[in-house]
Design a protein around this ligand. Structure first.
Ligand code: C5P
Length: 236
């Protein structure tokens, strides 16, 4: 497989679940917009050739950011759902990214991903039909009823939490995302689209501090983790 891969970074969410007027990828963490940390980490990775950042239509914050210059950074305009944004990013990749080439997809909202986990994913999933970082479920899982009372305890065996990056061949992923859209299915990650096509993406265990920053608590945790990265490079 190619030694260096492009990474699509969906950043077109308008979600302001943490409150405030800004989409979460632009909220400050450790003194900088969240997405700047994510892009810097990705651009610093030796196996990543370039970044395709997918922003929302009319996004006027993106041009104000400090974008890494070590690698090419291109932008595309995203869609209503994350899967629409990823598809737009895949279409906009440079022509020298072949149909058979693997492509990474990594959420802008996951700034703490470790370089070693990206390398492990590329090596292991690249030997198969692709895969994703994740971690086995460790908590007991409950199914709630409409009153938010626990109705049942779900089996925990073989249940994983799915993270990003996820890595698949460009053409196969485009076909899978298109097929899901045509069937009216909103897939919540790339692996779900691939599963629908009969693939079995490899689950590669990664560090659980690769959090998707969503809540106020996540912001505090990300700040702690990023400070640690910067002071000791402990997560590299
Ligand atoms: O909303 P959620 O946390 O699942 O979003 C995950 C990532 O997908 C975020 O980086 C967000 O900006 C991105 N996204 C997108 N286009 C959308 C919705 C979300 O690129 N329509």
């Amino acid at each position: 497989m190619a030694a260096r891969l492009w990474c699509v970074v969906p950043a077109a969410g308008r979600g302001t679940r943490v409150g405030g007027p800004l989409p979460k990828q632009y909220l400050p963490v450790a003194g900088r917009p969240l997405i700047e940390h994510t892009l810097e980490r990705l651009a610093a990775h030796p196996s990543i050739a370039g970044l395709m950042v997918v922003v929302a239509e009319g996004d006027d914050i993106w041009p104000t950011l400090a974008v890494p210059t070590a690698k090419p950074v291109l932008i595309a305009v995203g869609g209503a759902e994350r899967c629409d944004s990823v598809l737009a990013g895949l279409h906009a990749l440079p022509d020298d990214v072949g149909d058979e080439d693997f492509v990474l997809v990594h959420d802008a909202a996951r700034p703490c991903v470790r370089a070693a986990d990206i390398a492990n994913l590329i090596e292991r999933a690249g030997a198969m039909d692709g895969g994703l970082l994740g971690a086995p479920l460790r908590d007991t899982l409950k199914r709630a009823d409409e009153r938010q009372c626990s109705q049942a305890t779900e089996p925990r065996d073989r249940r994983w939490r799915a993270f990003t990056p996820q890595m698949f061949r460009r053409e196969q992923l485009v076909a899978a995302l298109r097929a899901a859209a045509a069937a009216g299915v909103t897939v919540s990650d790339e692996a779900m689209a691939m599963e629908r096509m009969g693939f079995a993406p490899l689950l590669v265990e990664g560090a659980e501090d690769n959090i998707k920053v969503t809540t106020a608590t996540d912001f505090a945790l990300a700040e702690f983790l990023l400070d640690r990265i910067h002071s000791k490079d402990a997560l590299a």
